[in-house]
Structures are given as C-alpha cells and as structure tokens.
Design a protein around this ligand. Structure first.
Ligand code: GTP
Ligand code: MG
Length: 188
C-alpha cells in the first residue's frame, strides 16, 4: 500500500510545562486498549508508571502514526541548560508544538522570550511551518485561559505561519485531539 507521509514534529516549551505528558497521551502504546488483556495488578503498575513522568534529559524521540501520517516527535527538555539543543532540530522539522503551563504566571514572560527566540531563528523565520500551542494545565484553579495565554505571548503578531492554540489538560488527555487534528490538516 501507500507509505504514510513522514512528519517531524518538534515539541518545545519551558520545563514542567507538560510536553512529555502530552506526547505520552498521544502514543497509542499508552492507551489501555493496546495493552492487551493485562491482569488488574499489571494494569495498576502500568498506570502508575504512566503518571510518573520525570523531567526530560536532553530529548526523547517518539514515533506514532495516524491514519495518513507517520509522526516522529522530538520531545525536547525545557530546562535552561538544554534549551540550546532546540535549534539543532529546526531545519528538519515540519511543525512545532509549543507547550505552556497556563498556571505559571511568573514564567509566562520567560516562555514568551523563548518563543520569540525560536520564531526569529534563521531556520524558522522564513518558513511557513505550522505552530500548535497547548495552553496546558487548564485544570489548575488559577490557570489562565487560552485567550489570555495567547495575549501574553502576543500570538497575533505571528503573521507568516499558521498557528493555533488549544487549552489542554494533558493528565486527562483533554484538548489534545483537537490540537492534533489541526496540525494534521496543516501538514498533510
Ligand atoms: P521537561 O521535560 O523538564 O522539559 O518538562 P515537560 O514539559 O516534559 O513536563 P512533564 O510532562 O514532565 O510534566 C511536568 C509536570 O506537570 C508533571 O508532574 C506532570 O504530571 C504535570 N502535568 C502535565 N500536564 C498537566 C496538566 O494538564 N495538568 C496538571 N495539573 N499537571 C500537569
Ligand atoms: Mg519532558
């Protein structure tokens, strides 16, 4: 049959924003119907492990497929000391997912600085690659709305690339499919 189109997605954002949690939700291996007939005991173990997500060191590469596309996701560490790795992957990326912790008001300005640095990089600025934003952790009581997050990041200033923002709760998986559907439409 036809080979699925290969799409490289770069997942960026500050540390603790929820990148790895989001990507884990998108991986089919994490969905219980793919785990097979596990005993209750094993189900418990795998669910516990799924919740224990540790800060990413450097980056991880994850692959998953949709009906028409074959995704390779570069899940980058958001820690300050690893952010200089991001730019090495700009050239080969077809899309960016940028994750924001909607509850982290103090660091919203840092997130904006990092986003601006990405967008003005020579390997990004001249290209029309789609940027999907997740205003994540919408479940937090003091989370900012996606409209507020997009104002804080001045997203309306992005005029040369298609972009979209979704509120998400990565722990429950809410809002992720809407974002992924948008992204698929832009890269296929
Ligand atoms: P780095 O790898 O260090 O860059 O962080 P990351 O962006 O990959 O964040 P990670 O997925 O490790 O999540 C950080 C913490 O936030 C974890 O304790 C997650 O359980 C938690 N978290 C992720 N998404 C959500 C969410 O939607 N709501 C809440 N309340 N917590 C979340
Ligand atoms: Mg991570």
């Amino acid at each position: 049959g036809l080979r699925k189109k290969e799409v490289n997605v770069l997942c960026l954002g500050l540390d603790n924003s929820g990148k790895t949690t989001i990507i884990n939700q998108l991986k089919p291996a994490n969905h219980s119907n793919h785990l097979g007939p596990l005993s209750e005991e094993w189900k418990h173990v795998s669910q516990t492990q799924a919740q224990e997500i540790v800060p990413t060191i450097g980056f991880n590469i994850e692959k998953f497929k949709s009906s028409s596309l074959s995704f390779t996701v570069f899940d980058m560490s958001g820690q300050t000391r690893y952010r200089n790795l991001w730019e090495h992957y700009y050239k080969d990326s077809h899309a960016i997912i940028f994750v924001i912790d909607s509850g982290d008001k103090l660091r919203m300005v840092v997130a904006k600085e990092e986003l601006d640095t990405v967008l003005k990089h020579e390997d990004i600025c001249s290209r029309k690659l789609p940027v999907l934003f997740f205003a994540n952790k919408m479940d937090l009581r003091d989370a900012m709305s996606s409209v507020k997050v997009s104002q804080m990041l001045c997203l309306e200033n992005i005029r040369d690339k298609p972009w979209h923002i979704c509120a998400s709760n990565a722990i429950k998986g809410e809002g992720l499919q809407e974002g992924l559907d948008w992204l698929q439409g832009k890269v296929s």
